[in-house]
Design a binder for this molecule. Structure first.
Ligand code: NAP
Length: 284
């Protein structure tokens, strides 16, 4: 049996339509939401990501303001730009594309963003609200994973979820979302120090791979019928691949996200959703 494909492009399209409606409602109040993207350096992948974010912003009616700094930008220069955007009333959401190059301090820059304009949802204040189950601006990739599940009617309540990866960008916030009251999965977070990842992963009804190791999750790591969400994006000679060995895992899983076309488009869509939520909040 071959797994049902969870099509992130289809779900992202539904989110895009919802965001466009909310943008139109704001326009009636004379408000155009603004998203400022900040790109430092010349990493090709970062350029691709920011381009797709700006394109989608324009498509849904969000005003896209773009700022680029050279690879040799100083910490002070990046921080001054963030402070300027914090003070700019035309900017509702700020996205600093991570990772920053060289010795620039990602965490310090993220912490300087006004939490009300934190389109990525990664400011410590917003992560704190997430832990308290009161977040408005939720990190985009974990929020996108939750939306894929709800779109396809996969209810995590009572399920065993295993997340491989514990980053502050993906694994940790996602573990909070899945374990939250009302969602009620029983969550295990695995990482590089977890012995026998396959044995842990095999217990999952919902298995999420957010690691950055191509093909780490093979069919031996998947319970028959499980939902498998592949967050990984790895550039290889075979092109973009995830952390899941898609061809063999689709034969045992009940449902699976592809790479590309799975979680990736959701991350961008949720960034727009956060920007609109921030703009709505700025209007009281
Ligand atoms: P990260 O910060 O490098 O974290 C990777 C996590 O994987 C860490 O917790 C690490 O464990 C764990 N890990 C590493 N090797 C492992 C192994 N062999 N077995 C088990 N766990 C292992 O990465 P990230 O930012 O979370 O990103 C993860 C992947 O998702 C990357 O491929 C990234 O490109 C992709 N990504 C995709 C999207 C999207 O929109 N689809 C968004 C963000 C990220 P330790 O904590 O012990 O080091």
């Amino acid at each position: 049996m071959s797994a049902r494909i969870l099509d992130g492009r289809e779900v992202a399209e539904a989110v895009r339509a919802e965001v466009a409606e909310r943008v139109a409602a704001l326009a009636k109040q004379g408000k155009v939401p603004g998203l400022a993207t900040v790109l430092v350096g010349d990493d090709p992948a970062s350029h691709v990501y920011v381009r797709s974010k700006r394109r989608l912003a324009e498509k849904v009616g969000i005003n896209s303001l773009h700022f680029e700094l050279d690879t040799d930008a100083t910490q002070d220069e990046v921080e001054s730009l963030v402070l300027r955007l914090n003070a700019d009333p035309a900017v509702d959401g700020i996205l600093v594309q991570l990772p920053l190059p060289g010795d620039l301090d990602d965490k310090r820059v993220t912490s300087l963003i006004d939490p009300n304009k934190d389109a990525d949802g990664l400011h410590p204040y917003n992560l704190g609200l997430l832990a308290l189950e009161r977040a408005v601006l939720v990190p985009c990739t974990p929020q996108g994973v939750m939306r894929i599940l709800s779109h396809y009617g996969i209810n995590p309540t009572g399920m065993r979820a295993v997340i491989v990866g514990r980053s502050f960008l993906v694994g940790r916030p996602l573990s909070m979302l899945l374990a939250a009251k009302g969602t009620d999965a029983t969550v295990t977070t695995a990482h590089s120090r977890t012995p026998d990842i396959a044995a842990v992963a095999r217990e999952a009804d919902i298995l999420v791979a957010a690691v950055g190791v191509p093909g780490l999750i093979g069919r031996d790591a998947v319970k028959p019928g499980a939902t498998v969400i592949d967050v990984g994006i790895n550039r290889t000679e075979q092109g973009l691949v995830g952390d899941v060995a898609f061809d063999e895992v689709r034969e045992v899983a009940g449902a699976i996200t592809p790479v590309p076309g799975g979680v990736g488009p959701m991350t961008v869509a949720m960034l727009m959703r956060n920007t609109v939520a921030a703009a709505e909040r700025s209007m009281g």
